[in-house]
Write a protein that binds this ligand. Sequence first.
Ligand code: GDP
Ligand code: MG
Length: 162
Amino acid sequence: AVPVVAIVGRPNVGKSTLVNRILGRREAVVEDIPGVTRDRVSYDANWIGRRFTVVDTGGWEPDAKGLQQAVAAQAELAMRTADAIVLVVDATVGATATDEAVARVLRRSKTPVILAANKIDSERAEAEAATLWSLGLGEPHPVSAAHGRGAGDLLDVILEVL
Ligand code: GDP
Ligand code: MG
């Protein structure tokens, strides 16, 4: 079977942008307004001849009260259904309470978890990724989903665990 990679994280961190970067085409909906991705959506992806399915999660309303629970539920679902999980964090913001809540869930995952420190658009911004070691999910991998910076390295790391 084709392995499944789930992209999880709170709204607006760049999950859909990263999915499009992985696909090499604009298929996942990117919005400036948080919570726009309504459902989990699966796409066929390919990286250096390896096929896999990438799942864009984010089917919740941007309701602050239910947000931590909703993101944690996405992570639980990913742990049950995916072969690898990519937690996307906005490194320019740093770890929020919601990021910490989802990280707490993912720390007990038997499915490999890769931490993507997104929105690292320049070399100068790279130091910001290091603060995300605090999430307890290992090395933060700096990436700019929007510009492609670090995307190849991140994909290599993903394929290593599949
Ligand atoms: P999602 O809610 O997690 O799916 O986030 P989106 O992919 O919809 O992106 C949310 C916002 O962040 C959009 O305005 C994107 O253009 C922006 N964004 C995503 N990735 C990057 C990035 O690498 N750098 C910067 N500067 N902005 C980004
Ligand atoms: Mg989205």
